[in-house]
Design a protein around this ligand. Structure first.
Ligand code: M6R
Length: 609
């Protein structure tokens, strides 16, 4: 939800800001803008639409200046337009602000400011911040920002520059991500690290209610009441090339193909050989505690929630502890039954999803121990959790999640096996068998990616259908939901994911020649039932694409098309089933001529409620 960048140094700020915005465009692409402090004046350029519209505008004016801010917007307050694009200024144009988040009390503030004579030029909530800073500014920008922030309710990461205080950028955050990159003779700020990765890997993660002041050679932090705050510098392991398309047509395709490596990285040091037990170095919970828990609650949104669904099946089957699942936006308002014997597993690729963070806080407030599964080191979810199990997927830029999902599944499977081991719930022979199967998963994913002609054929044949039904059972119910989500978000085709047994309770009425059914039919406990469900669709003249194991010689008699995946245990099979589902969605969207990496109406990181 919106990306902000800032630069102060010895180079021309504008190209650095635009390059940073390109790397943040996944956060929103309704409009973009830059503000450059040039010869004592702030010059602002902004344009509705994707970043390329701003780039085209800048070709004719290319502002000079060594300090500046940039913004890419996902509209919340006010339609996408030039006027509502950030940066926003005060009445005099001497103070300029970029903002990610939502100011919940902006209407009340706006009324007060208008009554005090301020004039507004946009419909955004952000503009109030510029006017509040103006109201308190008497030469000291830091103090004015502090006073403005004290009046704000909601979520924000902001950065401010002022003509009268031209040697610094002042930034602040509450509940929205903000990182500071430390260079030599130059410093950066951004919503996410990839924005400045070509220049530095040394990063400060800014805490809530902290003010950051960036000068050319210095960065300092203070609390809202002005007390200095010490922060630690992290060196991130991502490099700039990881956030490039690397010859692929889309980030999504690159990320799909990165899965074998991402899965290996995620497994490394946790499962070093299948003959040894699982180790989870990030899990700061004693074996005694793990034996004492009587419930696990899993909290996430979107694709990460589907990973949690697989987790419920794996953990309940292997650990025999009840698992409760909650979409984060529901958990936070339903007063869940959670106490100090509850282990909460919070899953979030970005580690910044507002609802997931609120769910985490709700669970922690009720006494649960929190284990985070996240991809972003230093993210809010990571920092607020006592244990963090990272997915080492590298930066995921495409809005549609792929490698983050399968690496989340890998961590969940490792965790299920670890908990089973800790609680003595699984005999060693079976545990070893599952470890061996897990060990083989990255290589099996490689096999699927190496050759998938049937997925391509199906994408071509069904790309103009007006509906898809996805069905699965057991852990592959999550696969059905994830497959449907993928095709909805990038192909814009109506799709439903259903427990296969539920089809006859309603969704089967949708079967007609324009609706294709995708059935995840890997052998396991309910395989025969899924075959019957496929027959029910066929009996109503529906076309069926089955995702099934290699050498399954029955399935061809039931389905119109079979996309094969290598054999594994049913509990692990959602990792393999995900790959053809991603490929199908990708190629359907591509055949329909969609943008894919930046689907309409969406943003990668949902940092507002
Ligand atoms: O960063 P998070 O994992 O917390 O994001 C959660 C969802 O917004 C995300 O998974 C979303 O559903 C994806 N775009 C789906 O592909």
């Amino acid at each position: 939800m919106c990306g902000i960048v800032g630069y102060i140094g010895t180079k021309s700020a504008c190209p650095i800001l635009v390059e940073g915005l390109k790397r943040l465009e996944y956060r929103g692409y309704d409009s973009a803008g830059v503000a450059i402090l040039n010869g004592g004046r702030i010059e602002i350029h902004k344009a509705a639409g994707k970043l390329r519209a701003l780039e085209a505008l800048l070709e004719s004016c290319a502002p000079e200046g060594l300090i500046g801010l940039g913004h890419t917007r996902w509209a919340t307050h006010g339609r996408p337009s030039d006027e509502n694009a950030h940066p926003h200024s005060d009445c005099s144009g001497r103070i300029t602000v970029v903002h990610n988040g939502i100011i919940e009390n902006y209407l009340a503030l706006k009324e007060q400011l208008i009554a005090a004579g301020h004039e507004f030029s946009s419909e955004t909530d952000t503009e109030v911040i510029a006017h509040l800073v103006e109201q308190s500014c008497n030469g000291d920008l830091v103090s004015a920002v502090r006073q403005a922030v004290a009046q704000l309710e909601g979520s924000f990461a902001i950065a401010v520059i002022a003509q009268d205080d031209p040697a610094r950028i002042v930034a602040a955050r509450r509940h929205s991500p903000l990182v500071v990159g430390v260079g030599v003779g130059e410093n950066f700020l951004a919503s996410d690290v990839p924005a400045f990765l070509p220049y530095t890997k040394n990063v400060y993660f800014v805490d809530d209610d902290t003010i950051a002041v960036l000068e050319r050679d210095h960065v300092s932090f203070s609390s809202l009441d002005g007390q200095p705050v010490e922060r630690e510098i992290y060196e991130v392991t991502w490099d700039a090339a990881m956030a490039e398309r690397g010859g692929y047509e889309h980030f999504m395709l690159k990320e799909i193909n990165e899965q074998p490596q991402a899965l290996r990285e995620t497994m490394r040091e946790r499962l070093s050989s299948y003959s040894a037990g699982i180790e989870l170095p990030g899990l700061n919970l004693s074996i005694e505690y793990l034996r004492r828990i009587d419930k696990i609650t899993m909290v996430a949104c979107g694709t990460a929630f589907h990973a949690a669904m697989v987790g419920k099946y794996a953990i309940e089957a292997l650990v025999r502890v009840p698992v409760e699942l909650d979409v984060a936006s529901e958990l936070r308002y339903r007063d869940p039954i959670i106490d100090d014997r509850t282990l909460a597993i919070v899953i979030s690729q970005s580690g910044e999803t507002a609802d997931t963070l609120a769910g985490l806080r709700e669970a922690r407030g009720k006494g649960a121990s929190i284990v985070a599964i996240t991809n972003v080191v230093g993210s809010s979810v990571a920092r607020e959790s006592e244990s963090v199990l990272y997915t080492f997927a590298g930066p995921e830029i495409a809005v549609a999640s792929t490698k983050a999902y399968t690496t989340q599944l890998m961590v969940i499977e490792l965790m299920a096996l670890y908990l089973a081991q800790a609680r003595g719930a699984l005999d060693e022979t079976r545990a070893r068998e599952l470890r061996e199967l897990l060990w083989n998963i990255p290589q099996q994913v490689e096999v699927i990616l190496g050759d998938h002609p049937e997925a391509l054929r199906c994408a071509e044949k069904y790309c103009n259908h007006n509906g898809f039904l996805y069905m699965g059972r057991g852990p592959n119910l999550a696969s059905a939901l994830e497959g449907a989500l993928k095709i909805k978000e990038i192909a814009y085709i109506h799709a439903e994911g259903y427990a296969a047994g539920e089809m006859k309770h309603g969704p089967i009425a949708m079967i007609d020649p324009g609706v294709a059914t995708v059935a995840v039919a890997v052998e396991g406990r309910t395989y025969d039932k899924v075959l019957s469900n496929i027959l029910e669709v066929k009996a109503r003249q529906g076309d069926v694409i089955a995702i099934a194991y290699e050498h399954d010689d029955q399935i061809g008699k039931y389905a119109d098309h079979v996309i094969r995946v290598p054999r594994t245990n049913e509990l692990l099979s959602p990792i393999l089933a995900a790959i053809p589902l991603q490929l199908l969605a990708y190629h359907v969207a591509k055949n329909r001529g969609h943008e894919i990496d930046q689907p309409r109406n969406l943003a990668k990181s949902v940092t507002v409620e």
